[in-house]
Design a protein around this ligand. Structure first.
Ligand code: SF4
Length: 321
């Protein structure tokens, strides 16, 4: 389906989501990387990018229909446009200039392809919000090699250190993907994974226990079954990772208490429809009481005073209500 999808028509590649104000826009599809555990290159095919002009026209049309927040998507968006002699920073600069775009984000960047110019874009482009998903997948060089990720722990930390040296680091919501229990992971490898988490201090991790995917290199090399004893060890390791990540996220969220932040309202809170829910520029969920005085609707931007933190979300009150 994707291989035949050459024209990349706007209707196929764009879907408004979450609220009338926010849209996901696919900038490219496919992946050339062949990480040993991943099925994506086999089912989605090689990288194919839309042109910047096509994406720009698409986003301008959406802005005319009320969209003000856009997330540009691609399996490895850091390699966007190369076959068309274009690149991600040019796309970000072009979309960031569209009048009416208040929030611009992009996902997912492979660390090997993440350039210094992308970091510069965060400094330069007002609409580009401080939010970055940079999948590390592991913290051990042995495991990163077996995963065929194409970078070392040191390469990854070099990017993190460059980000730490910027003016926006303290505001940056940084997230990652991690796989615990990749075949061959020993205690020292897991300690390296934990120490990476401690060094970067992610706002959130999408972490999983390795599961074999038929058709991948890891499946051929290590098979479909995971030894029961090892599985128990991996489950414990994953819990340890998960608990530490929650602790870090909670500490980072607590730093927001007392701050007044801008929220894009997404609609009623899932757990309590009497409350409204929205997201900060860093993508953090904030639930807050509806106002008796102000009319607040889905798609509005409102200022909220953060009053309480949880590991996964925040609570607040409308500012000046
Ligand atoms: Fe590509 Fe990401 Fe899959 Fe690696 S994990 S092959 S970069 S889609």
């Amino acid at each position: 389906e994707f291989l035949e999808d050459i024209s990349y028509s706007s209707t196929l590649m764009t879907r408004a989501a979450v609220s009338k104000a926010h849209a996901y826009v696919t900038a490219m599809k496919g992946c050339n990387n062949y990480c040993s555990y991943c099925i994506v290159p086999y089912v989605r095919g090689p990288e194919r990018s839309r042109t910047i002009l096509e994406i720009k026209n698409d986003v301008e049309n959406m802005v005319n229909n009320g969209v003000s927040s856009v997330m540009l998507l691609g399996q490895n968006i850091a390699r966007f446009g190369l076959e068309n002699h274009e690149h991600l920073p040019l796309l970000l600069r072009t979309i960031g200039k569209i009048k009416g775009i208040k929030r611009l984000t992009f996902m997912t960047s492979h660390p090997r392809d993440f350039s210094d110019d992308i970091i510069t874009c965060f400094e330069e482009i007002e609409a580009l919000v401080p939010m970055l998903h940079l999948p590390a997948q592991h913290g051990s060089n042995k495991i990163l090699k077996a995963m065929n990720r194409g970078y070392t722990r040191e390469d990854y930390l070099e990017i993190i250190n460059k980000l730490k040296a910027t003016s926006f680091w303290n505001d940056l919501a940084i997230t990652t993907d991690m796989i615990v229990g990749f075949p061959g992971e020993e205690e020292q490898d897991f300690e390296d994974l934990i120490s990476l988490l401690e060094e970067v201090r992610y706002d959130n991790s999408y972490s999983f226990i390795y599961s074999p995917r038929p058709g991948t290199k890891a499946y051929k090399d290590y098979g479909s079954k995971i030894n029961k004893e090892l599985r128990e060890i991996y489950v414990k390791r994953h819990m340890k990772y998960h608990d530490l990540q929650n602790e870090i996220a909670f500490e980072k969220n607590k730093n927001l208490i007392g701050k007044v932040v801008e929220i894009l309202v997404e609609g009623p809170s899932v757990k309590d429809p009497n409350k409204l829910s929205g997201r900060t520029v860093g993508g953090k969920v904030v639930n807050f009481e509806r106002s008796q005085k102000q009319t607040v609707e889905t798609g509005n931007y409102v200022m909220v005073n953060i009053t309480k933190a949880h590991p996964t979300h925040l609570k607040g009150e409308l500012f000046n209500d």
